[in-house]
Design a protein around this ligand. Structure first.
Ligand code: C2E
Ligand code: MG
Ligand code: MG
Ligand code: MG
Length: 279
């Protein structure tokens, strides 16, 4: 029976491999049409100042409304787009859409807030990000300070010299740079001194267990102490409970994001939420 089972396992393995490859291929093909068919949409999640509990920013989070499959989460298609290079066009679309939204909110009389955009993808330096930013923000130089770019360590790990030069150009434009998912990589600390980073976003895996896991608490305290000593703003990701909110506030964390405050929502819902905020 061993031989038969071995063959079955092999067949099963090949079939699932095939299925995965086919799915990947069809997603890549569909992604090509997604931009021209305007199937992408940005959701927004508030970033809250923990001391005052006021909304100070919004993180733009992309969703893909697939004509047949419905809403697809970014973790499903962003990695594929990164590998295929389609991420370059997606990054450009996201930057443009977020900047337009920011402008619309201002014109609608809502209070000025920061908007944070996720920039992923290898070879940041070869994406003409600077040109895209200038195009998206236009002439209004005051706007530049309210645009924040979130990058992760894996962006910094690739083409380090070119990436550093790109980040310096971004800083010269007065944008802010946030290091997303902080603490999950393996050389986080050295990145903080080597790259011009303004904001540290503590990964939600630490925040989630901050009450029950003493180890997480130790790491969070260390990140906040170190970040503050380097004059960086600290944002806690994934605050889901009142307890976590109180603890992060007590630890002098500057800002927070999470389901406790609000889930990511479409732009219109976000505007309503922002307008209702007590002044
Ligand atoms: P991220 O930038 O770390 O975004 C935070 C993720 O955590 C979002 O998932 C958000 O919906 C989720 N989240 C927020 N609060 C909570 C909470 O209290 N509990 C839990 N469990 N989750 C929470 P989302 O929107 O599915 O995005 C996943 C990732 O996809 C993002 O992680 C980011 O890396 C990437 N991404 C999202 N939008 C874009 C985009 O426009 N461009 C690029 N390149 N990547 C994007
Ligand atoms: Mg992010
Ligand atoms: Mg994150
Ligand atoms: Mg993430």
């Amino acid at each position: 029976h061993a031989k038969k089972n071995g063959r079955n396992n092999y067949q099963f393995y090949m079939e699932s491999l095939n299925r995965a490859a086919t799915e990947r291929f069809s997603m890549e093909r569909d992604l090509n049409k997604a931009l021209e068919n305007e199937e992408f949409v940005l959701f927004y999640q508030p970033q809250v100042d923990l001391a005052s509990r006021r909304i100070v920013g919004a993180e733009a989070l992309i969703r893909w409304i697939h004509p047949l499959k419905g809403m697809i989460a970014p973790d499903t298609f962003i990695p594929i787009a990164e590998e295929s290079g389609q991420i370059i066009d997606i990054n450009r679309w996201v930057l443009q859409a977020a900047c337009n939204q920011k402008r619309d909110w201002l014109h609608a009389g809502l209070k000025a807030i920061r908007v944070a955009v996720n920039l992923s993808g290898y070879k940041l330096s070869s994406q003409n990000i600077i040109g895209t930013i200038k195009e998206a923000l236009g002439k209004d130089s005051a706007d530049y300070q309210n645009l924040e770019l979130e990058i992760t360590e894996n962006v910094l790990m690739q083409e380090t010299r070119e990436t550093l030069s790109t980040l310096k150009q971004i800083k010269a434009l007065k944008l802010r740079i946030a290091l997303d998912d902080f603490g999950t990589g393996y050389s986080s600390l050295s990145y903080l001194t080597s790259f011009p980073v303004d904001v540290i976003k503590i990964d939600r895996s630490f925040v989630m267990g901050c009450i029950t896991e003493p180890k997480n608490l130790i790491i969070i305290k260390a990140i906040i102490a170190m970040g503050h000593s380097m004059d960086k703003r600290i944002v806690a990701e994934g605050i889901e409970t009142e307890e976590q909110f109180s603890l992060m506030k007590a630890l002098d964390c500057d800002e927070g994001q999470g389901y406790f405050f609000k889930h990511p929502v479409p732009a219109a819902d976000f505007a309503e939420f922002l307008a209702k905020e007590k002044l």
